[in-house]
Design a protein around this ligand. Structure first.
Ligand SMILES: Nc1ncnc2c1ncn2[C@@H]1O[C@H](COP(=O)(O)OP(=O)(O)OP(=O)(O)O)[C@@H](O)[C@H]1O
Ligand SMILES: [Mg+2]
Length: 314
């Protein structure tokens, strides 16, 4: 039996990462173009299920492949302390605070002290890296961190740039820091209002929205054929329309249309599989959204219920 290639699971890399080439290219360019390149400071935003986590992981992969150290965290209060621990222990941090509660603010002074500790550790670690390499801080769920901690990291970014300039090395040999925050759109609104980090307004901002339907169609054809079944262009196009280009729905519709064909004992995904698969996808997404709301993700229920309405409407 051919395993189902679609991955309707939070944070799971999809079989094809559709429509994110430009963000990845900008980031790669940032790493390759030396100190001060714009792609090294990025804010990625989007509603639930639009692919922030998988994109962030892809950026981490790109950085690792280039010999950069990667420290990642799913943000909550204590972010800077965990980053300090990670740098001291040489291990990347990954905590899971999905749908974490929102926390109170910490004093600006406390955040500054944490930032100073991090600065010393970052500079120490950078000395051990080769010319042109650096450290990537990849912070997911950034809307759950305190704004002071995010601001402390942003300030750290600028300080490290200055520290590296002071070494007198050429830009391409200087070690660097890259900082990518991913979070719900509210994260950017809050962060950009923070007076201490106005320079963040010049960071690269990327909003992840729906993927173009022709790209979704092509990815369906590619994924289905690589995994051993067949689908024609018209049927793949119908499936793409049913998904509305929402990344999570792309995986969910794909998963259930595949399952429908396999249950019929067919090697070919037909229009009826797409229709049945879409009905199953809507019912599954509705169940998950209900479950998420019951388990306390009230702060994000507006975007969830919007997705719910969208899936019902199609
Ligand atoms: N570019 C993409 N192409 C195809 N599928 C994708 C893409 N991005 C994400 N997905 C799929 O969408 C689903 C949600 O992705 P992910 O968990 O990264 O979203 P998210 O924005 O982090 O959601 P949340 O805000 O709930 O954390 C996963 O099943 C993933 O495989
Ligand atoms: Mg996520």
């Amino acid at each position: 039996m051919n395993p189902n290639p679609f991955k309707p699971t939070a944070g799971k890399r999809p079989p094809v990462l559709i429509g994110r080439e430009s963000v990845i290219e900008d980031f790669e360019e940032g790493l390759d173009n030396g100190a001060g390149a714009p792609g090294r400071l990025m804010l990625i935003t989007g509603n639930r299920g639009c692919g922030k986590t998988v994109l962030l992981r892809e950026l981490q992969r790109q950085a690792s492949e280039r010999g950069w150290a990667v420290v990642s965290d799913s943000a909550s209060l204590g972010l800077c302390d965990r980053l300090v621990d990670a740098l001291r222990s040489n291990k990347p941090v990954v905590t899971s605070m999905e749908f974490g509660p929102s926390f109170g603010r910490m004093s600006v002074e406390a955040a500054r002290t944490k930032g100073e500790t991090l600065r010393g550790l970052v500079n120490e670690r950078l000395k051990k890296l080769g010319p042109g390499k650096g450290i990537l801080f990849a912070i997911d769920e950034a809307q759950s961190a305190s704004i002071e901690e995010l601001a402390a990291l942003a300030v750290l970014y600028q300080q490290v740039l200055g520290d590296q300039d002071a070494t007198g090395l050429s830009d391409s040999d200087q070690r660097g820091l890259a900082l990518v925050f991913a979070g719900l759109p509210s994260m950017v609104d809050d962060l950009l209002e923070e007076p201490s980090v106005t320079f963040l307004r010049r960071a690269q901002q990327r909003t992840l929205g729906a993927i173009s339907l022709p790209q979704v169609r092509d990815s369906y054809i590619q994924t289905v054929e690589c995994a051993g079944l067949c689908i024609d262009a018209g049927t793949a196009d119908l499936a793409a329309h049913k998904s509305m280009g929402h990344p999570y729905m792309v995986q969910l519709v794909g998963y259930y249309m595949w399952r429908s064909a396999v249950q019929r004992g067919s090697q070919v995904i037909e229009r009826r599989d797409v229709e049945d698969g879409h009905a199953d996808a809507v019912s599954e997404s509705t169940k998950r959204l209900t479950c998420l709301c019951i388990t306390g993700c009230a702060p994000h229920s507006a975007s969830l219920s919007r997705l719910w309405r969208l899936t019902r409407a199609s």
